[in-house]
Design a protein around this ligand. Structure first.
Ligand code: V0D
Length: 264
């Protein structure tokens, strides 16, 4: 009877990765996970490699994370691939980054299709190079009939810009008498955002130790659980992700009966 109390915990007592994964799958999964994929430059620097090598490795992590999230039954995965602030980077780095969607899709599109993943995008495509736009356009077309996980890339995205555009859209509807003042509610604002067809994220993950939102989905993240990890994006893997999901499941269970709004 006291065996449990007296015996020191050994490695053999700890649940294995497979056991933890099975247990996590029995609990409520975040429906929508959003990720700020930070630390690619630092990963490269640690290895005395050019920054672009970190971005390229980060692209492989996008593939692994997509397949893992899809297997977990996550419905939407939003990845912050390029922010409106990223235009301040050196031109050669931007040119390299803009080739990644094309390379990603020529390498992994068949696999995305096999896994029933649907590629979507938020942000403004206008400033992107034509070859980048074409790559994303083709990926969205070729996966448009898939009804599995939505892989949503935030490209040339900024949250305050998105909110300003939503305000403009609503102002026009008001001016043209398509909408009454009393009809401007949280719901109509949500419907005016680029994410109008998606549920709000339940979980935000930011890698590489920075603890900021950096103008990412400010409206949509109002009730999300926030997870920050020191792990650099190219080193992010299913073990890191599982630990974060376990933590999410512990936290959201405490608020489970309060419908996400712990203040009411
Ligand atoms: C670099 C880490 C995949 C973050 C991941 C142009 C920075 C790798 C895409 C991608 C980037 C985007 C759209 C699409 C297919 C793939 C990507 C960018 C950067 C910005 F339809 N990785 N990736 N796009 N990095």
């Amino acid at each position: 009877m006291f065996g449990k109390l007296l015996r020191k915990k050994t490695a053999a007592d700890l649940p294995s990765y497979e056991e933890r994964l099975a247990a996590a799958k029995e609990r409520p999964m975040p429906v929508h996970i959003a990720i700020i994929m930070d630390g690619n430059g630092r990963w490269a620097k640690q290895r005395k490699l050019p920054r672009i090598a970190g971005h390229h490795e980060g692209m492989k992590t996008v593939r692994k994370t997509t397949l893992f999230a899809s297997r977990l039954g996550v419905e939407v995965l939003t990845l912050y691939a390029f922010s409106t602030e990223n235009w301040k980077r050196p031109k050669r780095e931007i040119d390299f980054l803009m080739k990644l969607p094309g390379e990603f899709l020529s390498t992994y599109l068949p696999e995305l299709v096999e896994n029933n993943v649907k590629v979507e995008m938020i942000g403004s495509a206008d400033l992107l190079p034509v070859h980048t736009k074409e790559a994303i356009e083709r990926a969205m077309q070729e996966t448009s009939s898939n009804d599995g996980m939505v892989l949503n890339f935030a490209m040339n995205y900024g949250s305050r810009f998105e909110i300003s555009e939503a305000v403009k859209k609503i102002a026009v509807q008001l001016q043209q008498d398509e909408l009454a003042l009393s009809e401007i509610t949280e719901e109509t604002v949500s419907k005016a955002m680029m994410t109008c067809h998606l549920p709000d994220p339940d979980l935000l993950i930011r890698t590489s130790g920075e603890v900021r939102l950096s103008n990412f989905m400010l409206w949509q993240l109002a009730y999300a659980e926030l997870a920050f990890t020191e792990v650099l994006w190219p080193d992010f893997d299913e073990h890191t992700m599982l630990t974060i999901i376990e933590d999410y499941q512990k936290r959201s269970r405490r608020f489970g009966s309060l419908e996400g709004n712990e203040l009411t």
